[in-house]
Design a protein around this ligand. Structure first.
Ligand code: NAD
Length: 486
């Protein structure tokens, strides 16, 4: 790996385009998932820092940022996209070191981050209202206004992508942002905030307060100065965020993960399907909200699929970012314990471990290593079939026919993403339309999906849509102006 770039995070909290020490003066060590050792520190922001950040954001809304024409906002975001591309090597190294993911994944994440700013930079001046036919003598028009000051809380799994996914549409729509990134991994968002200032974003339009969820995060969600909240993370914290939003009578979007199924019919092209299925559970060590973590297979081909996946899983290998293998370490000792807990309970309940991948020889001892695991058949009611493990663990379940496939696909509290694999186009579409999920792929699966594609949950996976033009709508509120001209 390249030399680790200077750590900007130690500089404190980023408010009004400047670093300042966190008010309480405390820091949080940043551990490398690959060896478990501290290699940096971030500021532990508290309510006082959140207050200052919200005040700076409000001042931006009332100042240059709030008055800026949409096309100029778009130009700044486009410049940021180019700066991200120019600094891609440094950002990818930082992202990989911070999260433990393979370099190729970190590079792809930085490309995606730049794409968010390219897409929404181009979209800023294309967001408009409409006119509505009404009574004679009236002219009615709608316009989309920014909410104002948006609180944004993101998780540790894709810090760079999550930064782009949330701040790019929020800023494009004209909001000011106060972000609380995850304490486990936030070095890239902190560096990206510096680049945003370099791109010309006015003071206060984007502020970052790193810190603990229960301190900085809770202070942000409870802040009476916010106009909107965007949260990505666990359903448990999502509930707290929504309750806080309700107390302040503001809207929020929640992206809370999933238990996304691959539905494989007997007529599917298994040569095309199985490599994708294996890849989408080990991507990011399974720590992806839209990971394909349930594999539903028509009974007639269940054994054949098991045989081929057992072979594949046996070769999947975890290693350091610079080893650049199939997956890296998981984010923390806590996350490793959580995943191992699911696996040992599955073992105790007699569920067969069909295959297990490897950890590369020579990987540092203190790393948070979890080899990929394939389990099956998993009973539909078991927690391995229903709950989000957030690790490289794939649960296989057989189904009997089309109706059973739909029932099984919907047999979870989550509804984020799904894939249907079949050569029968009519059936694939029929099944796709019956699955309760925000995104359904047919004969493909893009964990995370494209920047252009509206993405978000049904059921316990949350509500609101990110990505695509829909995200711009989420970050605006609609005003209707009714003129009686006689
Ligand atoms: P989490 O929900 O605790 O953390 C997500 C973000 O919320 C972080 O920035 C965190 O600091 C913040 N946060 C935590 N407590 C808060 C509070 N009281 N108020 C406001 N903000 C708060 O998630 P986690 O503990 O890191 O992971 C636990 C599980 O959540 C994972 O195993 C996984 O199942 C799920 N998860 C889902 C996603 C996703 O992309 N949907 C991302 C991360 C984790």
């Amino acid at each position: 790996m390249n030399a680790i770039p200077p750590n900007p995070a130690a500089k404190g909290v980023f408010i009004g385009n400047r670093w300042r020490p966190a008010a309480a003066g405390r820091t949080i060590p940043v551990l490398s998932p690959s060896d478990g050792r501290a290699f940096a520190a971030i500021a532990a922001g508290t309510a006082e820092d959140v207050d200052a950040a919200v005040a700076a954001a409000r001042a931006a809304m009332e100042g240059a940022w709030g008055r800026m024409p949409a096309f100029e906002r778009g130009r700044i975001l486009s410049r940021l996209s180019r700066l991200i591309e120019e600094n891609a090597a440094e950002l990818a190294t930082l992202e990989a070191r911070d999260t433990g993911k393979p370099m190729k994944q970190a590079r792809a994440d930085i490309v995606a981050c730049a794409r968010y700013f390219e897409f929404y930079g181009g979209g800023a001046d294309k967001l408009h209202g409409e006119t509505i036919p009404f009574l004679p003598g009236f002219f009615v028009a709608t316009e989309r206004e920014p909410h104002g000051v948006c609180g944004v809380i993101i998780p540790w799994n894709y810090p760079a992508q999550m930064f782009g996914r949330t701040t790019a549409p929020a800023l494009a729509a004209g909001n000011a942002v106060v972000m609380k990134p995850a304490e486990e991994a936030c070095l890239t968002p902190l560096r990206l905030a510096e680049l945003a200032a370099e791109a010309g974003l006015p003071e206060g339009a984007l502020n970052i307060v790193p810190g603990l969820g229960e301190e900085a995060g809770a202070a942000l969600t409870a802040h009476a100065g916010l106009d909107f909240l965007s949260f990505t993370g666990s359903p448990e914290v999502g509930t707290l965020v929504q309750a806080a939003a309700a107390r302040n009578h503001i809207g929020c979007t929640l992206e809370l993960g999933g238990k996304s199924p691959h539905v494989v019919f007997a007529d599917a092209d298994l040569d095309a399907a199985l490599p994708v299925i294996a890849a989408t559970i080990v991507q990011n060590a399974g720590q992806t909200c839209s990971a394909g973590s349930r594999l539903l297979v028509e009974r007639a081909v269940f054994d054949a699929v098991v045989e081929r996946l057992v072979e594949r899983f046996g070769t999947l290998t975890a290693g350091t970012p610079e080893a650049d293998l199939d997956l890296g370490a998981v984010i923390s000792a806590r996350q490793k314990a959580r995943i191992e807990g699911y696996c040992s309970r599955a073992g105790q309940d007699g569920i067969r471990l069909l295959a297990e991948g490897k950890v590369a020889e020579g990987s540092p001892e203190g790393g948070f290593w979890v080899p990929p695991r394939l389990y099956g058949p998993v009973p539909g009611g078991h927690q391995l079939a229903r709950e989000e493990v957030f690790g490289p663990v794939l649960a296989m379940l057989p189904f009997n026919d089309e109706a059973d496939a739909v029932r099984s696909a919907n047999d979870t509290e989550f509804g984020l993403m799904a894939a249907v694999w079949s050569r029968d186009g009519g059936r694939a579409l029929r099944v796709a339309r019956q699955i309760r999920a925000g995104q359904v792929y047919i004969n493909a699966f893009g964990a995370g999906g494209g920047i252009e594609l509206p993405f978000g949950g049904m059921k316990k996976s949350g509500h609101g849509r990110e990505k695509g033009f829909e995200a711009l709508y989420e970050f605006t509120t609609l005003k209707t102006i009714i003129t009686k001209h006689g």
